[in-house]
Design a protein around this ligand. Structure first.
Ligand code: HEC
Length: 229
């Protein structure tokens, strides 16, 4: 009996550890839904990482925009996102997190959309576990001298645009998930027109605006010939 005691203690400790870690999978580098380069990665930033995921994958017309509010969820701003389905500090008890792992007819975002990437789900889970705070201006050191497609433009598209502009979900018939397609809207003027919210263009991203620094980076990339660099 006496000898069993340390073993039991160890088992309890191990189980405790497993439960504590269960909903905090490691954040993986690469893929959409990760912070904009130059932003502080140590915490998950609501403004630069979480909000764009909800805006581009959930707050679409017919789904969770203010007009449709499917199931009572409006997922277009911090104030609305935090209203329902999130228990700060407890991702595992938060419907807006657990629903991301449903499959088949219950999948969110629903078929034919692809499920969120593991990196995006990790970011949302970590953000909720960290208290689901409205973190903004998260030490982003956006640098207008940087504007290559690979390091800057593609990550901006992946975070803020591709959720609505991919092969399965062609907003306005436009796909922004590869260089050739982004270049096509760069060349016809629609890319800058839409992100500048210029008259005559549909303002993008829907329900938001890129930061001035990001708009400048895209502008420089377009003016330099929208290269695949
Ligand atoms: C929530 C979904 C959503 C997000 C996020 C989004 N778009 Fe769109 N976008 C659409 C839809 C839907 C249309 C078509 C609108 C229409 O035809 O009324 C569209 C249209 C466009 C157009 C055509 C504009 C025009 O004036 O003809 C461009 C260019 C565009 N988007 C670029 C972007 C870029 C760049 C981003 C990211 C910075 C972005 N979009 C983010 C849904 C989205």
């Amino acid at each position: 009996m006496q000898r069993l005691f340390p073993l039991t203690l160890l088992a309890i400790l191990a189980i405790g550890l497993i439960i504590a870690c269960k909903h905090e999978p490691p954040i993986q580098p690469g893929g959409g839904g990760l912070p904009i380069p130059g932003c502080d990665n140590t915490d998950i930033c609501f403004e630069s990482t979480i909000l764009p995921i909800f805006q581009s994958s959930c707050a679409k017309a017919g789904c969770h925009d203010a007009t449709t509010a499917e199931d009572g969820y409006v997922l277009d701003s911090y104030a609305n996102i935090i209203k329902k389905g999130i228990k700060p500090g407890n991702a595992g008890g938060s419907k807006l997190y657990t629903v991301l792992f449903k499959t088949g007819g219950d999948q969110m975002p629903p078929l034919p959309s692809a499920p969120l990437s593991q990196a995006q789900r990790d970011s949302i889970g970590k953000w909720i576990n960290n208290g689901a705070k409205n973190t903004i201006n998260c030490n982003c050191s956006c640098d207008t001298a940087q504007y290559t497609y690979t390091a800057v433009i593609k990550p901006i598209m992946d975070v803020s645009c591709v959720g609505c502009h991919n092969a399965a979900s062609l907003g306005g018939g436009i796909n922004l998930s590869n260089h050739a397609a982004v270049k096509a809207v760069a060349v016809n003027g629609k890319l800058m027109g839409s992100i500048n919210h210029a008259p005559g263009y549909i303002a993008m991203p829907q329900g938001g605006k890129l930061s001035d620094c990001q708009i400048k980076q895209v502008d420089k990339w377009v003016k330099a010939g929208s290269l695949n660099n």
